[in-house]
Design a binder for this molecule. Structure first.
Ligand code: FAD
Length: 405
């Protein structure tokens, strides 16, 4: 397997780097928000993404028919990694999950309504699968959709919906048929959220309540109380929602858990080791410290290459019109997010007592990042499917082992 980027790909990366350097602004790029940086919403962040849309960078892998460029997924990978390493917004949900699913399965009405807005970065989405009794087992979702004349009435609760407090639209799964096996009775809907400036139908029954995570950022509960959703806002075929969700999750597991912030945190730790003494002895001369950080560097390289393996599998699969690669994405997510935790633990240990100081505290070792990543990296092993769920996917679908229960 050849992991080198082509000359064209390297030229694209240089162009992206030059553009981001020219637009460097701490209000747009903030690595201290860790992976949650991708869901921070400010007017400046929306504006820079809009500018990237103008450059044609938001629909690089979309078909030309929908104003995309039919480029390979590696371009999206290069762009997203560069954005993530700087703590910027990313091309995530709109282009990936919602856009790609609408292109494959959406009605002409939904495509016309949403695809141009996604390419121009005029719309933000929140994704609602999880419920209090349906997280790892998303197919158990109960949000009830009852058919009425001209549409559906939604009642129930979602939880852990990231971005629902600022996104305009909700990509939400609901149970449309309770009498069939659970994964065959779910339908996807598009519903405006309370922050929508001009919702096309009444959403007074939608309520959003914040949940603050241990990683400092906000996620949300979302409640539906007799919310009528017209038929035009049903995504694809009735009762096929779970199949669409499963494919989109394969995408999410890769695109939303980037490698470059992990590498950036390893570099911070190595810089700290290079420049710090403990009890008069430079850390860099301590054989135990050296052994530990060398091990971490080897693991980081493993994570990088596993990411490239997903890109390679995606390019091959897209060329044959296939779905996103499931096993490779799960392997990458499992390994990289668990490694992130090991790296955060090591940063706390090797940084010494000052690492308990909070991020942005003056004189804190590693800019206070050890403490924040120690709390934050736990989230990445849960969101997008927990590590145990990834292990189940790898053992069943990758290794052909039987279902555990
Ligand atoms: C920061 C953050 C953001 C999120 N954003 C969103 C979002 O925008 N939209 C959305 O829909 N969801 C979102 N989620 C929810 C996330 O997808 C769920 O938290 C996750 O799927 C786990 O579900 P749960 O929390 O209900 O835990 P549970 O499913 O109840 O799991 C509890 C524990 O049991 C283990 N477990 C469960 N089933 C199995 C099994 N079969 N085999 C072995 N172990 C098992 C799990 O690994 C876990 O350790 C977010 C979560 C977090 C933390």
């Amino acid at each position: 397997m050849n992991f080198d980027f082509s000359e064209e790909q390297q030229a694209f990366l240089k162009e992206v780097q030059a553009f981001l350097d020219a637009n460097d602004d701490p209000e747009i790029f903030d690595p201290t928000r860790e992976n949650m940086a991708q869901i921070v919403d400010t007017p400046k962040r929306r504006a820079i993404m809009k500018e990237m849309g103008r450059q044609g960078w938001l629909g690089m892998t979309w078909p030309k028919e929908y104003d995309g460029q039919e480029g390979e997924g590696v371009y999206e990978y290069l762009l997203n990694e560069e954005l993530a390493g700087r703590g910027g917004p990313q091309i995530g949900k709109g282009v990936g999950i919602i856009g790609k699913t609408l292109i494959a399965h959406g009605s002409e009405f939904l495509k016309e309504e949403f695809l141009p807005k996604i390419l121009n970065n005029e719309v933000e989405f929140a994704v609602g699968y999880s419920e209090p009794e349906a997280g790892s087992d998303a197919a158990a979702m109960k949000l009830k959709a009852t058919e009425v004349k001209g549409g559906w009435v939604l009642n129930g609760q979602k939880t852990w919906t990231t971005s629902a407090h600022f996104a305009e639209w909700y990509w939400v799964g609901a149970r449309t048929d309770p009498d069939v096996p659970k994964w065959n009775g779910i339908t996807l809907f598009l519903v405006p959220l309370p922050t929508h400036p001009d919702p096309p139908f009444d959403i007074s029954g939608v309520t959003v309540q914040g949940i603050w995570t241990m990683g400092d950022e906000r996620t949300n509960d979302v409640f539906f109380d007799d919310v009528f959703v017209p038929d035009e806002y049903v995504v694809g075929d009735l009762n096929k929602g779970f199949q669409y969700i499963s494919q989109a999750l394969d995408l999410e597991r890769f695109t939303m858990f980037t490698y470059s912030p992990v590498k950036q945190r390893l570099d911070l730790l190595v810089d700290h080791i290079r420049s710090t003494e403990r009890d008069g002895v430079p850390l860099k001369d301590d054989p135990l410290v050296r052994a530990r950080v060398a091990h971490l560097a080897a693991e980081a390289e493993m994570a990088r290459v596993m990411g490239l393996n997903v890109v390679d599998a995606t390019v091959k699969s897209e060329a044959s019109g296939g779905p996103p690669p499931t096993i490779e994405a799960s392997e990458y997510k499992l390994y990289t997010t668990e490694f992130s935790k090991r790296l955060a633990n090591a940063s706390m240990d090797l940084g010494g007592p000052g690492t308990q100081l909070r991020v942005k505290t003056e004189d804190a070792p590693m800019e206070g990042r050890a403490e924040s990543t120690y709390r934050y990296t736990v989230l990445d092993t849960i969101g997008g499917g927990t590590s145990e769920v990834q292990k189940n996917i790898i053992s069943r679908r990758g290794l052909g082992l039987p279902k555990a229960f």
